[in-house]
Design a protein around this ligand. Structure first.
Ligand code: KG4
Ligand code: ZN
Length: 340
């Protein structure tokens, strides 16, 4: 089936065309520059940019795929969770494309999308596997036993991992998004320079917490004073990164020990982090588990992963979706099935 997918849950306007598991086009228009001055994503700015970019990005994806709208058989869209104003642009655009052609609409849960990036060609990963999704908005461990859903094994109780990277990067005077800049700075620093609190170490579960680590950095910088912070930025970055990566890997190892998982996958923007990739790869090697790392363009927000999830989700036939709504936080009872 030829699927056109749209993703506008945060600050990237994305469209993709999929033929089965093959990605024919995966177009992303990043708004990062528009939000950089604010040090983070501004919801209203994001909505307005999506309004301007949605149609051109869809047109670009269709052109890249050499596909006309007549050939599209279903329209998939991220229905939530995310910024409501941003989601509404994607859902309305998808409905506006699908309805006149009486095509089915396939609403997709954004997090299921991150998991489904692993089902794309080449070398799609067959469940069962463990998937660690760490992005600017979410941090979770998913136990994936089939392509249509996942079991939520653990999630962050406060900040997302990427959010912590962004906030600490800002504290150290780095631009937005902070993750890549912090990783670069940390290369020149000593990860053991400052002892960091080990979050959730006494908690036997698989949940995460990053706000204590962020607060520890805030107090450390305050105690050190401006000059010392400026001098030791690389050490601060390296120490924070080691603690954040350490927590992600520790929880992944705990989940591996508890289940009979044969493969691990990473998703979300933080999966671009070199030290995280190295640590997870070392862990998988040590435990004799396969590691699947999709290309970075499929780790960060994109619409190919939404189309991939749509292949295994329930389409809503025309005209039953005309009143379908986006959901900002959690899925409604009658919404797409993200976790079972
Ligand atoms: O998946 P994504 O593109 O969007 C969300 O759904 O949030 O993830 C973006 C997040 C940002 O917080 C960014 O700082 C973080 O991923 N990130 C990184 C790296 N590259 C991106 N964090 C750590 N190290 C990186 N290399
Ligand atoms: Zn995401």
């Amino acid at each position: 089936m030829l699927i056109l997918a749209i993703e506008t849950s945060c600050d990237d306007t994305c469209a993709a065309v999929l033929d089965g598991g093959h990605v024919l086009a995966n177009t992303i228009s990043s708004q990062a520059a528009a939000h950089a001055d604010f040090g983070g994503v501004v919801p209203e700015v994001a909505s307005r940019h999506h309004l301007e970019l949605a149609a051109p990005v869809v047109t670009a994806a269709l052109a890249e795929a050499s596909v006309s709208l007549d050939q599209v058989e279903a329209v998939a869209v991220t229905a939530g969770p995310g910024l409501i104003g941003a989601l509404l642009v994607g859902v309305s655009t998808a409905k506006a494309i699908a309805a006149p052609r009486q095509l089915p609409l396939i609403p997709v849960d954004h997090l299921q999308g991150h998991v489904a990036a692993n089902f794309l060609e080449p070398e799609p990963l067959e469940p069962p596997f463990l998937c660690l999704v760490a992005s600017g908005g979410h941090t979770l461990l998913a136990g994936v036993r089939d392509q249509a859903g996942y079991e939520l094994l653990g999630q962050t109780l406060d900040d997302a991992a990427g959010e912590a990277f962004d906030k600490v990067a800002r504290l150290l005077g780095l631009g937005y998004p902070g993750g890549p800049a912090l990783e670069k700075l940390a290369r020149e620093g000593d990860p053991e320079a400052f002892p960091m609190p080990v979050a959730m170490s006494r908690d036997p579960g698989l949940d995460f917490s990053f706000s204590g680590l962020k607060t520890a950095l805030v107090y450390l910088c305050r105690d050190l004073g401006e000059d010392a912070v400026a001098e030791r930025r690389a050490d601060l970055a390296a120490s924070f990164q080691a603690a954040a990566v350490g927590q992600l890997v520790a929880k992944l190892e705990r989940a591996l020990k508890r289940g009979d998982w044969k493969a691990v996958a990473l998703g979300g923007g933080v999966a671009a982090n070199g030290p995280l990739r190295e640590a997870v790869s070392e862990l998988c090697e040590r435990r004799g588990v396969r590691l699947k790392l999709v290309p970075l363009a499929l780790c960060t927000d994109n619409a190919a992963m939404i189309a991939s999830a749509a292949r295994f989700a329930k389409p809503i036939p025309y005209p039953n979706y005309l009143a379908y709504d986006a959901f900002p936080t959690k899925q409604p009872a009658d919404g797409p099935e993200a976790s079972k």
